[in-house]
Design a binder for this molecule. Structure first.
Ligand SMILES: Nc1nc2c(ncn2[C@@H]2O[C@H](COP(=O)(O)OP(=O)(O)OP(=O)(O)O)[C@@H](O)[C@H]2O)c(=O)[nH]1
Length: 407
């Protein structure tokens, strides 16, 4: 009786969460992250338990063959769903149909040649094997494809190992005690159903949590980047810098402010579309030339900021010169024409700073040095000098800046 109630509740859980997964997958539209596959996994397992309730006990019937096939197909659907979640474009229906046909034929052959115990043992053995492979893959994922989901993956590995062990025990009990081991109210079967009910309650919210994490990470990524260049924006720069200082990855940082020279002329001569292409080109050159770990951002207009971590004054001046040279040397080919467009940048470099609250000061310093560079002829690197604070270089509006030909 207790076991029947447990299995009944298990069915209700599985089928309700199947509908919920389906609704979420519809809501996610194009990028379903495997939710439709998880819905299918829950549906197959839910139907398998419905058939088990209808059967009552071990029997050789079409219903039993279908029940076993559905039971084995559901972890395969979860498995494929997990692959989808991690971005693999795997199909669902064809593998499931192939499995259903192959496993149904295998059941008939095993029942006919080895008897009913062997057929039930085959289901437990195959399930244990599937869950073992799943647990190993999840543990492998902690170190490779799912590094960012470390805690969640360990949690899944523990849960999957539990069901793997229970299926292995069932396999052995069947070999030792025959079909009697499957009586629903036996202690082992009760433990089995309690664990399955626990999984059916805990796993779906955990999967929804994974989806939520992916979505919020994506939203945070979108909010932290400028759409045109895909570089960090001001908000993204501040957040990433804070993370670097929090993780104590860096003791001190330098801020480089880069401004495209005579950018207004580029816009006026070639139009805003080419102006935008120049900004994307400069962004790409900066991204490719900066060191791994340096933070490259566009704050707006034709101004870029690079934050260099783990270096000293000599190192940052060297890097700034490398960036300046890279922009000067790499021309942008204008599409639909043989022309290529050269541009240059002027770079102001701040003094070193060691926490996020000093960021605004560092920007001010780099800005002051940048304007000194503009006043001194552009296409150059200028380091902020403490004396600049006493005799600040006047910020020049575009109308008072010296304009020299550059294209
Ligand atoms: N195409 C394009 N133009 C932009 C964008 N943001 C700002 N601008 C233009 O960039 C130009 C900046 O010009 P100025 O600030 O006068 O500076 P400049 O011509 O680069 O001269 P210097 O900085 O003194 O060398 C302005 O004409 C802005 O309209 C953008 O996203 N795309």
């Amino acid at each position: 009786m207790v076991a029947t109630v447990l299995v009944g509740m298990l069915c209700a859980h599985l089928l309700c969460f199947s509908v919920m997964f389906l609704l979420i997958s519809k809501r996610l539209q194009g990028k379903k992250m495997g939710m439709d596959f998880f819905a299918m996994g829950n549906l197959l397992l839910g139907l398998a338990y419905v058939l088990q309730l209808l059967e009552g006990g071990p029997a050789w019937s079409l219903m039993s063959v279908v029940n076993h096939t559905l039971t084995l197909a559901s972890p395969v659907a979860y498995w494929l769903g997990a692959m989808r979640f991690f971005g693999q474009p795997v199909p669902l229906l064809r593998p499931l149909l192939a499995l259903a046909v192959a496993y149904s034929v295998a059941q008939v052959l095993v029942q006919w040649s080895l008897g009913p115990v062997a057929r039930y043992a085959m289901l437990s053995g195959m399930s244990a094997l599937l869950f073992l492979i799943m647990a190993i893959t999840v543990i492998y994922g902690v170190r490779t494809f799912a590094k960012d989901l470390h805690g969640e993956m360990v949690f899944f590995a523990v849960l999957i190992s539990g069901i793997c062990v229970l299926n292995a025990l069932k396999f052995m009990k069947l070999l030792e005690g025959g079909l009697d081991a499957l009586q629903m109210d036996r202690n082992f079967q009760l433990v089995f159903y309690i664990y399955m009910s626990f999984l059916a309650t805990v796993l779906p919210p955990s999967i929804v949590w994974l989806i939520l994490r992916r979505l919020t990470d994506e939203l945070r990524g979108i909010a932290a980047r400028a759409p045109m260049t895909q570089l960090l924006n001001r908000r993204g720069l501040k957040e990433t810098l804070q993370l670097c200082f929090n993780a104590r990855k860096t003791e001190a940082a330098y801020l480089l402010m880069l401004d495209v020279d005579h950018f207004k002329r580029i816009n006026d001569t070639y139009g805003h579309q080419i102006g935008d292409a120049v900004l994307c080109h400069v962004a790409e050159v900066l991204r490719a030339t900066a060191r791994r770990g340096d933070l490259v951002s566009r704050l707006g207009g034709e101004e870029f900021v690079v934050i260099c971590l783990d270096t000293d004054t000599q190192g940052v001046l060297h890097l700034a010169e490398r960036l300046r040279l890279a922009v000067e040397k790499q021309a942008l080919r204008i599409s639909d024409s043989d022309q290529s467009l050269h541009c240059t940048v002027t770079i102001g470099v701040s003094q070193s700073f060691a926490n996020k609250s000093a960021l605004e000061d560092a920007m001010q310093q780099a800005d002051t040095a940048l304007y000194r560079g503009k006043a001194s002829g552009r296409n150059r690197v200028e380091l902020f000098q403490p004396a600049d604070s006493h005799h600040p270089v006047q910020s020049m509006s575009s109308s008072t800046r010296q304009i020299s030909p550059m294209i």
